[in-house]
Design a protein around this ligand. Structure first.
Ligand SMILES: [Zn+2]
Ligand SMILES: [Zn+2]
Length: 400
């Protein structure tokens, strides 16, 4: 979902939210794809954006063999997350051609020198692998690791020889990825792939925002604005945390049933009566916690207004760098509210994904409500259209 960016300005410098049509790179002459000796580069099918706003296409791309400390993972299922859409539409800075996808599960298929995981290990991908050495890692904030500074990472090449870039260092909407071993987390075998994939972004982000960042306590009241995969995961996590008033807010009435199924106690349309409706359900105060899962200044302000004096606003959505939030100086003081963000659920995926995976295995965590449907890689582009229209929860691409 969101990504640690200690050098935010540099990392986001290419973001132009009102960008025009995509720039399609011209194919350059390159070596033909020949036979692939064992242990060499592999050619896989992947969902590629050739430029901002360009049509998404499944292409054959060449990935290098895993080097020291790296593994190749055969992808079994990958979710289509809003951050992928933000890469394509220009809300986030991206370098093209770009393989999309950063929320996936798969199996270790090849291991480079010095790696620990055996071939065949089921894993979930982690888009913010911690270096365990920087100031943030040493101070128990691995989600802010200084090693994760750019939204796209160069790796591999297109079939016509153009250097390829990977979304959040993964490029998981593909038959395989080659990543540092630190970017995979082992999970138990036999989990439903379309649910396990979501552990790597939407679920970890939602569960972490509620448990780690906001620390929602039993009996508290919660509002969640924006009911995509992450917002629905926040609703479910708030329910598990024991919140008793859980208000789901979206512009689309079609999200009502999904929200109630995910754990909301009420659904409210995001319109000019919203603040009044929330206060009517919280004895006039406003909620203890508001979660903004859209990534826009307007909805951050809305979340601020829904929250009680002394309450907390947690920004989970990743917005554009020039979308400015305006708050009154007196309001900030008098309301005594806290405004903070939750990057990757303020989580340590190496520690928390295995816990969630175990709960998925024993049935205490049920993510079926988050999966709107499974599709093949060739249909993945249609999932982006549905996402842009705000339809459903998560569409998951399955590859076996
Ligand atoms: Zn995501
Ligand atoms: Zn670090």
């Amino acid at each position: 979902m969101s990504r640690a960016e200690p050098t935010g300005d540099a990392a986001m410098s290419g973001a132009e939210p009102t960008g025009g049509p995509g720039v399609v790179a011209q194919p350059a002459a390159g070596p033909a794809v020949g036979a692939e000796p064992a242990g060499g580069p592999v050619t896989v099918r992947a969902l590629v954006a050739r430029g901002r706003g360009a049509e998404l296409r499944v292409e054959r791309v060449r990935l290098p063999a895993p080097g020291p400390g790296e593994v190749r993972v055969t992808i079994r299922a990958a979710g289509v997350c809003h951050s992928d859409l933000s890469m394509v539409n220009g809300t986030l800075a991206a370098t093209f051609p770009l393989v999309l996808g950063h929320e996936a599960t798969g199996v270790v298929a090849e291991a480079g020198a010095g790696t620990r995981l055996p071939i065949g290990t089921p894993v979930v991908l982690n888009w913010a692998p911690a270096c365990r050495a920087c100031w943030w890692c040493r101070h128990d904030e691995p989600w802010l690791c200084a090693a994760n500074t750019t939204p796209t990472v160069a790796r591999g090449e297109t079939e016509d020889g153009i250097p390829l870039h990977l979304t959040l260092g993964l490029g998981a909407l593909a038959e395989a990825v080659v990543v540092p071993e630190s970017a995979v987390v082992p999970i138990p075998a036999g989990l439903p792939a379309e649910q396990a994939a979501l552990l790597g972004c939407a679920v970890l982000t939602g569960v972490g925002a509620v448990g780690n960042t906001a620390r929602v306590a039993p009996g508290e009241s919660v509002a969640v604005i924006g009911l995509g995969g992450v917002g629905l995961a926040v609703l479910a996590a708030a329910r598990r945390a024991g919140a008793t008033t859980i208000l789901a807010v979206d512009v689309a009435e079609a999200k009502r049933e999904l929200a109630l199924a995910a754990g909301a106690t009420d659904f409210l349309l995001s319109d000019d009566r919203l603040s009044k409706e929330v206060r009517a359900r919280t004895e006039g105060r406003g909620v203890d916690h508001a979660f903004e899962c859209v990534g826009r200044a307007a909805t951050i302000r809305a979340a601020w207004r829904l929250t009680r004096r002394g309450g907390a606003v947690t920004v989970v959505g990743m917005g554009a760098k020039d979308d400015m939030v305006s708050l009154g100086a007196l309001d900030i003081f008098h309301s005594a509210r806290t405004l903070r963000s939750s990057v990757y659920g303020s989580s340590d995926p190496d520690r928390e994904v295995p816990v969630l995976a175990t709960e998925l295995a024993d049935g205490t965590l049920d993510l079926r409500v988050l999966v709107s449907g499974t599709i093949g890689l060739d249909e993945a582009a249609t999932a982006f259209d549905r996402l842009a229209r705000g339809e459903g929860a998560r569409w998951v691409v399955t590859l076996d």
